[in-house]
Design a protein around this ligand. Structure first.
Ligand SMILES: Nc1nc2c(ncn2[C@@H]2O[C@H](COP(=O)(O)OP(=O)(O)OP(=O)(O)O)[C@@H](O)[C@H]2O)c(=O)[nH]1
Ligand SMILES: [Mg+2]
Length: 385
């Protein structure tokens, strides 16, 4: 999206990012859109903004209709990691969430039996996964809502039915989600942008890959053009400056994926089918099993763990034992992420950290804010004064 937006439009985008309610967001997008010039270069952006406005209008309408009713499509994050259990109709999503978490879901032998999301909690390796049972992911009334849940989640557990042509089911799901701006196949490169509303840290760029057509300084300039002065930009794989600008609009997101091929008690899954699936989804774990008999279900939590690139960090105070409950972070997390999650105001007073574990050369090594941590590390942060 080479947009070449005028400064006025860029300055208005920050209002969209800061909007808290759907009403505020609608107003901010309308104002932003009025400052975007109409030419070929902004076409996709204008299309996207118009679509987003329609979604927000629908959301506001719906809330008005449902006032008084307690059914909501938004599930507050609980636990450490939120995973949406999604898939075509009648594949066994509800039975699976019930078996994995004990949540009381609606299981029925006809499609479209689930009409609203139901959360449950699964614990594995000290990490709490919130699994959400959802209505079927197919064209129709639920599509936008399920996509909304997926956008808000950390990852997706896609349930396919071995008794059906699950390859074509998978292709359909991937197409539907792509149209809605959600990618389940890891792109060659991607930009993850965390914008902080408070703080004085400035713009930090962590490069875990390569910028093909520019420098870190160019990245900084792009963000500052949008009045973004406090942010963390993480760059994975090969990206362009366009990808960086695109990340500001969050129009396309990537979600890590685990595939569960269900109902293998009823039919034999041929290796060829699984092989083909692996080709379509390189790098995503594929688990086969049966929600009915329980076979294979124990392979799901470790697969989520690796697909989501989870790491556990134990914090400790000087002269005290490490915390029992770990901080759950993602691969490439740094000491800064740990300090931030303890108390962001304390960042200014950060002095140094001592780390025990596989990310350091010797136990208790002193490191700075940008030190990259590993799974199982113990971190002791020292503050000034
Ligand atoms: N044989 C067999 N049947 C299963 C398995 N898992 C689920 N089923 C059956 O498949 C049917 C659908 O199960 P649900 O869990 O309701 O499926 P769902 O994906 O939640 O369906 P919707 O909410 O309508 O999209 C039920 O009759 C289940 O008993 C399995 O592993 N093996
Ligand atoms: Mg269901």
């Amino acid at each position: 999206m080479p947009t070449n937006l005028p400064a006025e439009a860029k300055a208005k985008w920050i209002k969209v990012m800061e909007a808290k309610t759907p009403e505020e967001k609608m107003k901010a997008i309308e104002e932003f859109l009025s400052a975007v010039p109409k030419h070929k270069g902004t076409e996709r952006l204008r299309e996207w903004a118009t679509k987003r406005l329609a979604e927000l209008r629908e959301e506001i309408e719906e809330r008005r209709r449902k006032r008084g009713s307690r059914v909501s499509f938004f599930i507050e994050k609980e636990g450490d990691i939120q995973v949406v259990v999604a898939g075509p109709p009648n594949t066994g999503k509800s039975l699976l969430v019930n078996k994995l978490t004990g949540a009381r879901t609606t299981v029925a032998d006809y499609p479209f039996s689930t009409t609203y999301p139901v959360p449950g909690m699964l614990r594995y390796n000290d990490v709490y996964f919130q699994l959400i049972d959802t209505p079927p992911l197919t064209r129709g009334v639920y599509l936008r809502k399920v996509v909304g849940l997926v956008r808000n989640a950390d990852g997706v557990l896609l349930v396919l039915d071995a008794t059906r042509d699950f390859i074509s089911d998978l292709r359909e799901v991937l197409d539907l989600l792509r149209e809605e701006g959600v990618l389940l196949v890891k792109p060659r490169g991607r930009v993850v942008l965390d914008v902080y509303r408070t703080g004085k840290e400035g713009i930090r760029v962590t490069l875990m890959g390569r910028i093909l057509d520019g420098t870190m300084e160019d990245v900084r300039k792009i963000l500052e053009g949008y009045r973004i002065f406090n942010a963390h930009v993480k760059i994975y794989g090969e990206v362009t400056l366009d990808d960086v600008e695109q990340s500001i609009f969050e129009s396309t997101v990537y979600k890590p994926l685990v595939v569960f091929i269900n109902k293998i008690d009823a039919v034999k899954v041929d290796d060829l089918g699984v092989r083909e699936l692996e080709k379509i989804l390189p790098g995503s774990p594929i688990v086969t099993g049966s929600a009915l008999t329980g076979y294979g279900l124990n392979n799901i939590p470790p697969s989520l763990y690796s697909a989501l690139e989870i790491i556990r960090i134990y914090t400790k105070a000087p002269n005290a034992p490490p915390s029992e409950k770990p901080l759950v972070l993602r691969k490439y997390a740094t000491v800064r992420d740990v300090a931030r999650s303890i108390h962001r105001d304390l960042l200014e007073n950060f002095q140094y950290a001592r780390v025990w574990g596989s990310s350091v050369n010797y136990p208790g090594e002193r490191v700075g804010l940008d030190h990259v941590l590993s799974d199982g590390d113990i971190v002791e942060i020292h503050f000034k004064g």
